[in-house]
Design a protein around this ligand. Structure first.
Ligand code: ARG
Length: 466
Protein backbone atom coordinates (compact mmCIF):
# COMPACT_ATOMS: atom_id res chain seq x y z
CA UNK A 1 0.00 0.00 0.00
CA UNK A 2 1.41 3.43 -0.96
CA UNK A 3 1.74 6.38 1.43
CA UNK A 4 -1.14 8.06 -0.36
CA UNK A 5 -3.52 5.14 0.24
CA UNK A 6 -2.95 5.33 3.98
CA UNK A 7 -4.65 8.73 4.22
CA UNK A 8 -8.40 9.28 4.39
CA UNK A 9 -9.97 11.23 1.51
CA UNK A 10 -10.47 14.22 3.78
CA UNK A 11 -6.86 14.37 5.02
CA UNK A 12 -6.18 17.96 3.77
CA UNK A 13 -7.61 19.64 6.85
CA UNK A 14 -5.66 17.40 9.22
CA UNK A 15 -2.06 17.63 10.33
CA UNK A 16 -2.19 14.22 11.98
CA UNK A 17 -3.48 10.91 10.68
CA UNK A 18 -6.53 9.17 12.19
CA UNK A 19 -6.28 6.93 15.25
CA UNK A 20 -6.84 3.24 14.62
CA UNK A 21 -9.67 3.40 17.12
CA UNK A 22 -11.41 6.10 15.09
CA UNK A 23 -11.05 4.12 11.89
CA UNK A 24 -12.46 1.02 13.54
CA UNK A 25 -15.34 2.80 15.22
CA UNK A 26 -16.47 4.99 12.33
CA UNK A 27 -16.15 2.53 9.47
CA UNK A 28 -19.34 1.27 7.85
CA UNK A 29 -17.58 -0.82 5.27
CA UNK A 30 -18.49 -4.12 6.91
CA UNK A 31 -22.11 -3.59 5.99
CA UNK A 32 -22.29 -0.88 3.33
CA UNK A 33 -20.12 -2.89 0.93
CA UNK A 34 -23.47 -4.40 0.06
CA UNK A 35 -24.20 -1.10 -1.72
CA UNK A 36 -21.13 -1.38 -3.98
CA UNK A 37 -23.03 -2.04 -7.23
CA UNK A 38 -25.47 0.79 -6.48
CA UNK A 39 -22.61 3.12 -5.59
CA UNK A 40 -20.91 2.40 -8.90
CA UNK A 41 -24.16 2.88 -10.86
CA UNK A 42 -24.63 6.25 -9.12
CA UNK A 43 -21.05 7.29 -9.86
CA UNK A 44 -21.45 6.37 -13.53
CA UNK A 45 -24.53 8.57 -13.84
CA UNK A 46 -22.77 11.38 -11.95
CA UNK A 47 -19.68 11.23 -14.17
CA UNK A 48 -21.82 11.15 -17.32
CA UNK A 49 -23.60 14.29 -16.10
CA UNK A 50 -20.28 16.02 -15.27
CA UNK A 51 -19.19 15.38 -18.87
CA UNK A 52 -22.53 16.64 -20.26
CA UNK A 53 -22.20 19.96 -18.41
CA UNK A 54 -18.52 20.31 -19.36
CA UNK A 55 -16.94 19.75 -15.93
CA UNK A 56 -15.11 16.70 -17.29
CA UNK A 57 -13.90 16.22 -20.85
CA UNK A 58 -15.30 13.21 -22.67
CA UNK A 59 -11.88 11.64 -22.46
CA UNK A 60 -11.65 12.15 -18.71
CA UNK A 61 -15.14 10.77 -18.26
CA UNK A 62 -14.25 7.76 -20.41
CA UNK A 63 -11.17 7.07 -18.30
CA UNK A 64 -13.12 7.27 -15.03
CA UNK A 65 -15.93 5.14 -16.47
CA UNK A 66 -13.56 2.39 -17.48
CA UNK A 67 -12.02 2.44 -13.99
CA UNK A 68 -15.54 2.19 -12.54
CA UNK A 69 -16.13 -0.82 -14.81
CA UNK A 70 -12.98 -2.43 -13.46
CA UNK A 71 -14.00 -1.78 -9.87
CA UNK A 72 -17.50 -3.11 -10.66
CA UNK A 73 -15.97 -6.32 -12.01
CA UNK A 74 -13.75 -6.61 -8.93
CA UNK A 75 -16.83 -6.26 -6.73
CA UNK A 76 -18.63 -9.01 -8.65
CA UNK A 77 -15.76 -11.48 -8.48
CA UNK A 78 -14.83 -10.54 -4.93
CA UNK A 79 -11.32 -9.28 -5.70
CA UNK A 80 -11.77 -5.62 -4.70
CA UNK A 81 -9.26 -5.07 -1.90
CA UNK A 82 -10.08 -2.64 0.86
CA UNK A 83 -7.57 -0.33 2.57
CA UNK A 84 -7.54 0.39 6.32
CA UNK A 85 -8.48 4.01 5.60
CA UNK A 86 -11.58 3.09 3.59
CA UNK A 87 -14.28 4.49 5.84
CA UNK A 88 -17.11 3.24 3.73
CA UNK A 89 -17.92 1.86 0.30
CA UNK A 90 -17.92 5.35 -1.24
CA UNK A 91 -14.35 6.12 -0.18
CA UNK A 92 -13.24 2.62 -1.11
CA UNK A 93 -14.55 2.95 -4.68
CA UNK A 94 -13.06 6.42 -5.14
CA UNK A 95 -9.69 5.35 -3.74
CA UNK A 96 -9.58 2.34 -6.06
CA UNK A 97 -10.60 4.39 -9.11
CA UNK A 98 -7.82 6.89 -8.36
CA UNK A 99 -5.36 4.07 -7.82
CA UNK A 100 -6.28 2.73 -11.26
CA UNK A 101 -6.26 5.97 -13.29
CA UNK A 102 -4.35 8.53 -11.22
CA UNK A 103 -5.37 12.13 -10.43
CA UNK A 104 -8.24 12.23 -12.95
CA UNK A 105 -10.01 9.83 -10.57
CA UNK A 106 -10.16 12.78 -8.17
CA UNK A 107 -12.58 14.53 -10.57
CA UNK A 108 -15.27 11.91 -9.98
CA UNK A 109 -16.48 13.46 -6.73
CA UNK A 110 -16.90 16.94 -8.28
CA UNK A 111 -20.07 18.61 -6.99
CA UNK A 112 -20.94 15.60 -4.88
CA UNK A 113 -20.82 14.72 -1.20
CA UNK A 114 -21.07 11.34 0.42
CA UNK A 115 -24.24 12.75 1.97
CA UNK A 116 -26.17 12.82 -1.31
CA UNK A 117 -24.25 9.79 -2.53
CA UNK A 118 -25.25 7.51 0.34
CA UNK A 119 -28.88 8.64 0.15
CA UNK A 120 -28.83 7.78 -3.55
CA UNK A 121 -27.25 4.37 -3.02
CA UNK A 122 -29.79 3.42 -0.40
CA UNK A 123 -32.72 4.47 -2.60
CA UNK A 124 -31.33 2.44 -5.50
CA UNK A 125 -30.94 -0.52 -3.18
CA UNK A 126 -34.46 -0.20 -1.81
CA UNK A 127 -35.98 0.12 -5.28
CA UNK A 128 -34.62 -3.30 -6.19
CA UNK A 129 -34.86 -5.14 -2.87
CA UNK A 130 -38.23 -3.69 -1.87
CA UNK A 131 -39.67 -4.84 -5.17
CA UNK A 132 -38.22 -8.30 -4.51
CA UNK A 133 -40.00 -8.47 -1.15
CA UNK A 134 -43.26 -7.35 -2.80
CA UNK A 135 -42.77 -10.09 -5.42
CA UNK A 136 -42.31 -12.64 -2.62
CA UNK A 137 -45.55 -11.45 -0.99
CA UNK A 138 -47.28 -11.86 -4.35
CA UNK A 139 -45.97 -15.42 -4.64
CA UNK A 140 -47.31 -16.31 -1.22
CA UNK A 141 -50.68 -14.90 -2.26
CA UNK A 142 -50.63 -17.11 -5.36
CA UNK A 143 -50.04 -20.13 -3.13
CA UNK A 144 -52.95 -19.11 -0.89
CA UNK A 145 -55.29 -18.79 -3.89
CA UNK A 146 -54.21 -22.18 -5.22
CA UNK A 147 -54.80 -23.83 -1.85
CA UNK A 148 -58.14 -22.04 -1.46
CA UNK A 149 -59.23 -23.24 -4.91
CA UNK A 150 -58.22 -26.81 -4.11
CA UNK A 151 -59.99 -26.68 -0.74
CA UNK A 152 -63.36 -26.65 -2.53
CA UNK A 153 -66.17 -26.79 0.00
CA UNK A 154 -64.13 -28.12 2.92
CA UNK A 155 -64.91 -26.25 6.10
CA UNK A 156 -63.66 -25.81 9.64
CA UNK A 157 -64.73 -23.90 12.72
CA UNK A 158 -64.10 -20.19 12.58
CA UNK A 159 -62.94 -18.84 15.93
CA UNK A 160 -63.37 -15.76 18.03
CA UNK A 161 -61.45 -15.57 21.32
CA UNK A 162 -60.02 -18.90 20.11
CA UNK A 163 -63.41 -20.45 20.91
CA UNK A 164 -65.38 -22.17 18.16
CA UNK A 165 -67.78 -19.62 16.71
CA UNK A 166 -69.27 -20.45 13.30
CA UNK A 167 -68.20 -22.79 10.53
CA UNK A 168 -66.35 -21.21 7.61
CA UNK A 169 -65.00 -22.58 4.36
CA UNK A 170 -61.30 -23.41 4.57
CA UNK A 171 -60.94 -21.37 1.36
CA UNK A 172 -62.46 -18.38 3.14
CA UNK A 173 -60.01 -18.65 6.02
CA UNK A 174 -57.02 -18.94 3.67
CA UNK A 175 -58.25 -15.97 1.66
CA UNK A 176 -58.50 -13.88 4.83
CA UNK A 177 -54.71 -14.11 4.93
CA UNK A 178 -54.58 -13.36 1.19
CA UNK A 179 -56.25 -9.96 1.66
CA UNK A 180 -53.87 -8.93 4.43
CA UNK A 181 -50.94 -9.67 2.12
CA UNK A 182 -52.69 -7.88 -0.77
CA UNK A 183 -52.72 -4.71 1.31
CA UNK A 184 -49.01 -5.23 1.98
CA UNK A 185 -48.30 -5.26 -1.75
CA UNK A 186 -50.31 -2.04 -2.06
CA UNK A 187 -48.16 -0.54 0.69
CA UNK A 188 -44.93 -1.64 -0.98
CA UNK A 189 -46.09 -0.01 -4.19
CA UNK A 190 -46.95 3.17 -2.40
CA UNK A 191 -43.75 3.30 -0.34
CA UNK A 192 -41.57 2.54 -3.35
CA UNK A 193 -43.31 5.25 -5.32
CA UNK A 194 -42.62 7.83 -2.61
CA UNK A 195 -38.99 6.64 -2.40
CA UNK A 196 -38.60 7.16 -6.15
CA UNK A 197 -36.67 10.44 -5.82
CA UNK A 198 -33.05 11.08 -6.80
CA UNK A 199 -31.13 13.04 -4.12
CA UNK A 200 -27.97 13.39 -6.22
CA UNK A 201 -26.97 17.01 -6.78
CA UNK A 202 -27.85 18.10 -3.25
CA UNK A 203 -24.15 18.01 -2.38
CA UNK A 204 -23.34 18.09 1.32
CA UNK A 205 -26.58 20.00 2.01
CA UNK A 206 -26.85 23.14 -0.12
CA UNK A 207 -26.35 22.25 -3.78
CA UNK A 208 -23.36 23.61 -5.67
CA UNK A 209 -21.90 26.62 -7.46
CA UNK A 210 -21.00 24.27 -10.31
CA UNK A 211 -23.48 23.83 -13.19
CA UNK A 212 -24.80 20.43 -12.09
CA UNK A 213 -27.88 18.93 -13.71
CA UNK A 214 -29.68 16.74 -11.16
CA UNK A 215 -32.69 16.25 -13.43
CA UNK A 216 -30.70 14.43 -16.06
CA UNK A 217 -29.06 12.26 -13.38
CA UNK A 218 -32.48 11.36 -12.01
CA UNK A 219 -33.65 10.43 -15.52
CA UNK A 220 -30.57 8.42 -16.32
CA UNK A 221 -30.92 6.39 -13.12
CA UNK A 222 -34.59 5.75 -13.86
CA UNK A 223 -35.99 7.82 -10.99
CA UNK A 224 -39.44 9.37 -11.33
CA UNK A 225 -38.17 12.73 -10.08
CA UNK A 226 -35.33 14.61 -8.37
CA UNK A 227 -35.30 16.20 -4.90
CA UNK A 228 -36.96 19.60 -4.42
CA UNK A 229 -34.85 20.73 -1.45
CA UNK A 230 -31.17 19.94 -0.96
CA UNK A 231 -31.42 19.89 2.85
CA UNK A 232 -34.35 17.52 2.72
CA UNK A 233 -32.54 15.36 0.15
CA UNK A 234 -29.67 14.53 2.52
CA UNK A 235 -31.63 14.53 5.81
CA UNK A 236 -34.62 12.49 4.70
CA UNK A 237 -34.79 8.84 5.68
CA UNK A 238 -38.57 8.60 5.50
CA UNK A 239 -38.14 6.08 2.71
CA UNK A 240 -36.19 3.85 5.10
CA UNK A 241 -38.73 4.25 7.90
CA UNK A 242 -41.65 3.58 5.54
CA UNK A 243 -40.03 0.50 4.06
CA UNK A 244 -39.37 -0.72 7.59
CA UNK A 245 -42.98 -0.17 8.57
CA UNK A 246 -44.25 -2.05 5.54
CA UNK A 247 -41.75 -4.83 6.25
CA UNK A 248 -42.85 -4.89 9.90
CA UNK A 249 -46.52 -5.17 8.96
CA UNK A 250 -45.82 -7.79 6.30
CA UNK A 251 -43.86 -9.76 8.89
CA UNK A 252 -46.68 -9.27 11.40
CA UNK A 253 -49.07 -10.84 8.90
CA UNK A 254 -46.62 -13.70 8.41
CA UNK A 255 -46.48 -14.04 12.16
CA UNK A 256 -50.26 -14.39 12.48
CA UNK A 257 -50.32 -16.99 9.72
CA UNK A 258 -47.36 -18.72 11.38
CA UNK A 259 -49.16 -18.75 14.72
CA UNK A 260 -52.15 -20.47 13.13
CA UNK A 261 -49.93 -23.05 11.48
CA UNK A 262 -48.35 -23.73 14.88
CA UNK A 263 -51.80 -24.17 16.45
CA UNK A 264 -53.28 -26.16 13.59
CA UNK A 265 -50.33 -28.57 13.44
CA UNK A 266 -50.56 -29.36 17.17
CA UNK A 267 -52.08 -32.67 18.15
CA UNK A 268 -54.78 -30.70 19.97
CA UNK A 269 -56.06 -29.17 16.73
CA UNK A 270 -54.73 -31.68 14.20
CA UNK A 271 -55.99 -29.59 11.27
CA UNK A 272 -52.78 -29.71 9.30
CA UNK A 273 -49.92 -32.15 8.79
CA UNK A 274 -46.63 -30.54 7.93
CA UNK A 275 -44.56 -32.23 5.25
CA UNK A 276 -41.22 -33.71 6.36
CA UNK A 277 -39.32 -31.37 4.06
CA UNK A 278 -40.73 -28.35 5.87
CA UNK A 279 -40.53 -29.65 9.45
CA UNK A 280 -37.72 -30.06 11.90
CA UNK A 281 -36.92 -32.71 14.49
CA UNK A 282 -35.85 -32.56 18.11
CA UNK A 283 -32.30 -33.38 19.20
CA UNK A 284 -33.64 -35.22 22.25
CA UNK A 285 -37.28 -36.20 21.67
CA UNK A 286 -37.40 -38.80 18.91
CA UNK A 287 -41.12 -38.47 18.22
CA UNK A 288 -41.12 -34.71 17.55
CA UNK A 289 -41.94 -33.00 14.28
CA UNK A 290 -41.79 -29.28 14.83
CA UNK A 291 -43.20 -26.29 12.90
CA UNK A 292 -39.97 -24.27 13.09
CA UNK A 293 -40.56 -22.34 9.86
CA UNK A 294 -43.83 -21.01 11.20
CA UNK A 295 -42.18 -20.13 14.51
CA UNK A 296 -39.25 -18.36 12.87
CA UNK A 297 -41.70 -16.36 10.75
CA UNK A 298 -43.55 -15.43 13.94
CA UNK A 299 -40.34 -14.60 15.81
CA UNK A 300 -39.08 -12.55 12.89
CA UNK A 301 -41.85 -10.05 13.52
CA UNK A 302 -40.23 -9.05 16.82
CA UNK A 303 -36.96 -8.50 15.05
CA UNK A 304 -38.36 -6.41 12.18
CA UNK A 305 -40.49 -4.32 14.53
CA UNK A 306 -37.22 -3.67 16.39
CA UNK A 307 -35.56 -2.54 13.16
CA UNK A 308 -38.39 -0.07 12.60
CA UNK A 309 -38.44 1.37 16.10
CA UNK A 310 -34.63 1.61 16.15
CA UNK A 311 -34.56 3.76 13.03
CA UNK A 312 -37.42 5.96 14.22
CA UNK A 313 -35.58 6.52 17.49
CA UNK A 314 -32.42 7.45 15.58
CA UNK A 315 -34.33 9.95 13.45
CA UNK A 316 -36.49 11.56 16.06
CA UNK A 317 -34.15 14.25 17.39
CA UNK A 318 -31.73 14.67 14.50
CA UNK A 319 -31.21 18.27 13.46
CA UNK A 320 -31.00 18.93 9.74
CA UNK A 321 -29.04 18.14 7.64
CA UNK A 322 -26.74 15.09 7.57
CA UNK A 323 -25.45 13.65 10.85
CA UNK A 324 -23.35 10.56 11.18
CA UNK A 325 -26.11 8.92 13.20
CA UNK A 326 -27.69 8.27 9.81
CA UNK A 327 -25.05 5.66 9.11
CA UNK A 328 -27.16 3.45 11.37
CA UNK A 329 -30.00 3.30 8.85
CA UNK A 330 -28.48 0.56 6.74
CA UNK A 331 -28.19 -2.51 8.93
CA UNK A 332 -31.83 -2.37 10.12
CA UNK A 333 -33.02 -1.94 6.54
CA UNK A 334 -30.89 -4.81 5.27
CA UNK A 335 -31.94 -6.97 8.21
CA UNK A 336 -35.65 -6.27 7.82
CA UNK A 337 -35.72 -6.93 4.09
CA UNK A 338 -33.64 -10.10 4.45
CA UNK A 339 -35.76 -11.39 7.33
CA UNK A 340 -39.01 -10.64 5.55
CA UNK A 341 -38.00 -12.05 2.15
CA UNK A 342 -36.59 -15.19 3.74
CA UNK A 343 -39.69 -15.81 5.83
CA UNK A 344 -42.02 -15.16 2.88
CA UNK A 345 -40.26 -17.75 0.74
CA UNK A 346 -40.15 -20.37 3.50
CA UNK A 347 -43.80 -19.87 4.48
CA UNK A 348 -44.85 -20.08 0.81
CA UNK A 349 -43.19 -23.49 0.59
CA UNK A 350 -44.79 -24.55 3.84
CA UNK A 351 -48.32 -23.51 2.86
CA UNK A 352 -47.90 -24.99 -0.62
CA UNK A 353 -47.06 -28.43 0.76
CA UNK A 354 -49.09 -28.55 3.99
CA UNK A 355 -51.66 -31.32 4.10
CA UNK A 356 -55.01 -30.21 5.48
CA UNK A 357 -56.94 -32.77 7.51
CA UNK A 358 -60.37 -31.69 6.33
CA UNK A 359 -62.05 -34.63 8.04
CA UNK A 360 -60.84 -33.38 11.39
CA UNK A 361 -61.66 -29.79 10.56
CA UNK A 362 -65.20 -30.68 9.58
CA UNK A 363 -65.75 -32.91 12.61
CA UNK A 364 -64.74 -29.95 14.79
CA UNK A 365 -67.13 -27.66 12.94
CA UNK A 366 -70.16 -29.96 12.85
CA UNK A 367 -72.50 -30.00 15.77
CA UNK A 368 -75.18 -27.81 17.14
CA UNK A 369 -72.94 -25.41 19.03
CA UNK A 370 -71.44 -23.76 15.95
CA UNK A 371 -74.88 -23.65 14.30
CA UNK A 372 -76.52 -21.85 17.23
CA UNK A 373 -76.54 -18.56 15.34
CA UNK A 374 -78.36 -20.27 12.47
CA UNK A 375 -81.07 -21.46 14.83
CA UNK A 376 -81.50 -17.92 16.10
CA UNK A 377 -81.62 -16.62 12.52
CA UNK A 378 -84.28 -19.19 11.68
CA UNK A 379 -86.45 -17.75 14.44
CA UNK A 380 -85.72 -14.25 13.16
CA UNK A 381 -87.04 -15.28 9.74
CA UNK A 382 -90.22 -16.34 11.52
CA UNK A 383 -90.59 -12.86 12.96
CA UNK A 384 -89.04 -13.33 16.41
CA UNK A 385 -86.98 -10.28 17.49
CA UNK A 386 -83.28 -11.23 17.33
CA UNK A 387 -82.65 -10.52 21.01
CA UNK A 388 -85.44 -12.98 22.00
CA UNK A 389 -84.24 -15.57 19.52
CA UNK A 390 -80.70 -15.24 20.88
CA UNK A 391 -81.94 -15.80 24.41
CA UNK A 392 -84.10 -18.79 23.47
CA UNK A 393 -81.30 -20.60 21.66
CA UNK A 394 -78.82 -19.72 24.40
CA UNK A 395 -81.17 -21.23 26.97
CA UNK A 396 -81.54 -24.35 24.82
CA UNK A 397 -77.78 -24.83 24.63
CA UNK A 398 -77.51 -24.31 28.39
CA UNK A 399 -80.29 -26.84 29.13
CA UNK A 400 -78.73 -29.42 26.84
CA UNK A 401 -75.42 -29.01 28.66
CA UNK A 402 -77.08 -29.19 32.08
CA UNK A 403 -79.15 -32.25 31.28
CA UNK A 404 -76.34 -33.94 29.39
CA UNK A 405 -78.39 -34.38 26.21
CA UNK A 406 -77.87 -33.36 22.59
CA UNK A 407 -79.06 -29.93 21.50
CA UNK A 408 -80.70 -31.69 18.53
CA UNK A 409 -83.07 -33.48 20.90
CA UNK A 410 -84.32 -30.22 22.37
CA UNK A 411 -84.53 -28.60 18.95
CA UNK A 412 -86.73 -31.42 17.68
CA UNK A 413 -89.21 -31.12 20.56
CA UNK A 414 -89.19 -27.30 20.82
CA UNK A 415 -92.44 -25.98 19.29
CA UNK A 416 -90.69 -22.85 17.95
CA UNK A 417 -88.00 -24.90 16.17
CA UNK A 418 -88.83 -28.46 15.04
CA UNK A 419 -87.77 -30.40 11.89
CA UNK A 420 -86.79 -27.41 9.75
CA UNK A 421 -84.44 -26.27 12.49
CA UNK A 422 -83.09 -29.78 12.83
CA UNK A 423 -82.24 -29.77 9.13
CA UNK A 424 -80.17 -26.62 9.70
CA UNK A 425 -77.98 -28.66 12.05
CA UNK A 426 -77.02 -31.23 9.41
CA UNK A 427 -73.25 -31.37 8.75
CA UNK A 428 -72.12 -28.63 6.39
CA UNK A 429 -75.53 -26.96 6.40
CA UNK A 430 -74.52 -23.95 8.47
CA UNK A 431 -71.64 -22.98 6.21
CA UNK A 432 -73.80 -23.35 3.08
CA UNK A 433 -76.16 -20.80 4.60
CA UNK A 434 -73.50 -18.10 4.65
CA UNK A 435 -74.62 -16.35 1.49
CA UNK A 436 -74.03 -12.65 2.22
CA UNK A 437 -71.38 -10.78 0.18
CA UNK A 438 -67.91 -11.40 1.56
CA UNK A 439 -69.31 -14.17 3.77
CA UNK A 440 -67.84 -17.59 4.58
CA UNK A 441 -70.08 -19.83 2.41
CA UNK A 442 -69.51 -21.35 -1.04
CA UNK A 443 -71.37 -18.75 -3.05
CA UNK A 444 -69.64 -15.59 -1.77
CA UNK A 445 -66.32 -17.41 -1.68
CA UNK A 446 -66.64 -18.13 -5.42
CA UNK A 447 -66.93 -14.39 -6.04
CA UNK A 448 -64.11 -13.70 -3.60
CA UNK A 449 -61.80 -16.10 -5.42
CA UNK A 450 -62.49 -14.27 -8.67
CA UNK A 451 -61.71 -10.95 -7.02
CA UNK A 452 -58.49 -12.38 -5.55
CA UNK A 453 -57.39 -13.61 -8.98
CA UNK A 454 -58.11 -10.17 -10.40
CA UNK A 455 -55.93 -8.62 -7.71
CA UNK A 456 -53.10 -11.02 -8.55
CA UNK A 457 -53.33 -9.99 -12.24
CA UNK A 458 -53.08 -6.36 -11.24
CA UNK A 459 -50.03 -7.07 -9.05
CA UNK A 460 -48.40 -9.06 -11.84
CA UNK A 461 -48.77 -6.11 -14.20
CA UNK A 462 -47.16 -3.79 -11.65
CA UNK A 463 -44.29 -6.19 -10.95
CA UNK A 464 -43.59 -6.42 -14.68
CA UNK A 465 -43.33 -2.60 -14.85
CA UNK A 466 -41.49 -1.98 -11.55
N1 ARG B 1 -20.86 6.04 5.75
C1 ARG B 1 -21.69 7.20 5.77
C2 ARG B 1 -23.15 6.78 5.98
O1 ARG B 1 -23.42 5.64 5.88
C3 ARG B 1 -21.60 7.92 4.47
C4 ARG B 1 -21.81 9.38 4.58
C5 ARG B 1 -20.70 10.00 5.35
N2 ARG B 1 -20.80 11.42 5.31
C6 ARG B 1 -20.07 12.17 6.12
N3 ARG B 1 -20.23 13.44 6.01
N4 ARG B 1 -19.28 11.65 7.03
O2 ARG B 1 -24.00 7.56 6.29
Amino acid sequence: MSERDARPLWHGRFAEGPADELLRFTSSLDFDRRLAADDIAGSRAHVAMLARVGLLTDEEAGTVMSALDTVGAEVVDGTLEFAPTDEDIHTAVERRVTQLVGPVGGKMHTGRSRNDQVALDLRLFLRREGRAVAAAVHELQEVLVRRATDAGEAYLPGYTHLQRAQPVLLAHHLLAHFWAFARDVDRWRDALDRADVSPLGAGALAGSSLPLDPDSVARELGFARRFENSIDAVSDRDFVAEALFVAALTQTHLSRLGEEIVLWSSEEFGFVHLPDAYSTGSSMLPQKKNPDIAELARGGAGRVIGDLTGVLATLKALPFAYNRDLQGDKEPLFDALDTCAGALRAVSGLVESAEFDTGRMQAAADGAATAATDLAELLVRRGVPFREAHEAVGALVRQAAERGIAVEELVMTDPRLGPEALAALEPGEAVRRRTTPGGAGPEPVRHQLAAARGRLDDQRAWLARA
